[in-house]
Design a protein around this ligand. Structure first.
Ligand code: S3P
Length: 443
């Protein structure tokens, strides 16, 4: 991640009513995939609304290293001239994916069935995260993998020239695992099949279909069975990236907890595989209206109107976890301002994100006076309708931990600090000006 060397402490203070329009950035998951599928198509893919966060910029650089031409035309407007399925060139140097689990895992899948060798690395956070969940299924295709102890980065993959198609049941709910296998399946003969017990975000499947691949999803007794026909000729597509519901969650949360607030958040993706937070907030009694529901770039989209109001604690069931996996940190903050207990079930995947997000939230919320419990697989917040604040949260190079606590500080009695705001640039580079424009006091 290319940020300044010194940590950047930030602080959020109790703010007046938030008002205005929050134009949040493009969806991170879709942005990575647009660059990668553009690179795997022959010809020019034109992308608008691309998230220009560091995670996605690192994927853009990686696609160039594999031989694609990637060019920025204007704000969020990019073009990719791809090399086609199986056309990746061997990169001259190490591929540094910075802070991005999605970037490194999807790119590993995309190159594993091409006879080239690549070495992947990342920052301190990414280097702690498990890569065996990706390299294990990729080895089934026939590639060779070398990794640091515990199957961590740096990882070197020697891609295979003779890939065999794979049928793989994912051992955990992970769109990154599913996507890595599907991308490897692109340059394998025959059918590659991924089976998942619960649906995870389906942007890879939607976009592959849009680029001309034959891909189906079937609900069966075994789970969701996704079947991809190998060796398609991917055709370049214009990609209009919708706004990121995971980034929208921060201004939405701020408006819900700061008294008197009313904001609009236009053009947010309402893909059902990403919608769990919004389902949960409505159950909590949140005043959110979804206006102008429409389809843009193959994704359902709506304009959100969000008003402050009373909230009550709820239980989020395990089978909803995948559809809101990145939103539990901010939900745990919102839950402090609700009355009653909020129980988040089936959330152990949070322990292997950019940080152990359960540990980071529990520690930071307790430091700010909240009553919180954890087990390996659950997080529980005993909401009182208020948060004392006055503490500093440790963010562990995790953008969502940083933004969650800064949002909490807008409504807590005393200010809330974070030890380092730099990681926010990975997913939401304009977080500070956007929140400030709504009336938030963050510095
Ligand atoms: C993502 C999948 C999720 C999510 C991440 C983005 C993706 O990770 O947490 O922020 O774009 O596929 P897992 O696949 O590890 O659940």
């Amino acid at each position: 991640m290319s940020h300044s060397a010194a940590p950047q402490p930030m602080i959020a203070r109790r703010s007046g009513p938030l008002q205005g329009e929050a134009r949040v950035p493009g969806d991170k998951s879709i942005s990575h995939r647009a660059l990668i599928l553009g690179a795997l198509s022959v010809g020019e893919t034109h992308i608008t609304g691309l998230l220009e966060g560091q995670d996605v910029l690192d994927t853009a650089s990686a696609m160039q290293a594999f031989g694609a031409q990637v060019e920025r035309l204007g704000i969020g407007e990019w073009k990719v001239n791809g090399v086609g399925v199986g056309g990746f060139a061997e990169p001259a140097g190490v591929i540094d994916c910075g802070n991005s689990g999605t970037g490194v895992r999807l790119i590993m899948g995309a190159m594993a069935t091409t006879p080239i060798t690549a070495t992947f690395t990342g920052d301190a956070s990414l280097s702690r995260r498990p890569m065996g969940r990706i390299t294990d299924p990729l080895e089934l295709f026939g590639c060779e993998v070398t990794a640091r102890e515990g199957k961590r980065l740096p990882v070197t993959i020697k891609g295979t020239a003779d890939a065999v198609p794979v049928r793989y049941k994912t051992p955990m709910a992970s769109a990154q695992v599913k996507s890595a296998v599907l991308l490897a399946g692109l340059n394998s003969p025959g059918e590659t099949v991924v089976i998942e017990a619960e649906p995870t975000r389906d942007h890879t499947e939607r976009m592959l279909a849009g680029f001309g691949a034959t891909i189906t999803t079937e609900k069966t007794d075994q789970g969701y069975v996704i079947t991809l026909q190998g060796r398609p000729e991917l055709k370049p597509q214009p990609v209009a990236v919708p706004r990121d519901p995971s980034s929208a969650a921060f201004p939405v949360a701020a408006a819900l907890i700061v008294p008197g607030s009313e904001i609009r958040v236009p053009g947010v993706s309402r893909n059902p595989t990403r919608d769990g937070l919004y389902v949960t907030l409505l159950e909590m009694g949140a005043d959110i209206t979804f206006e102008n529901e429409r389809v843009e770039g193959g994704e359902p989209v709506a304009d959100l109107l969000v008003r402050h109001g009373p909230l009550k604690g709820v239980t989020t069931p395990e089978d909803r976890a995948a559809s809101m996996i990145d939103e539990f940190p901010i939900l745990s903050v919102i839950a402090c301002f609700a009355t009653g207990t909020t129980v988040m079930q089936g959330v152990k995947e949070l322990r292997v994100k950019e940080s152990d997000r359960i540990a980071a939230m529990v520690a930071g919320l307790r430091a700010n006076g909240a009553s919180v419990d954890e087990t390996e697989d659950t997080m529980t917040v005993h909401g009182t309708g208020a948060l004392a604040g006055g503490g500093t949260a440790v963010t562990h190079l995790d953008h969502r931990i940083a933004m969650s606590f800064l949002v909490g500080g807008l409504a807590s009695e005393q200010p809330i600090g974070v030890d380092d705001g730099r990681p926010i640039a990975t997913s939401f580079p304009d977080f500070l000006p956007l929140m400030t424009a709504l009336g938030a006091q963050i510095a």
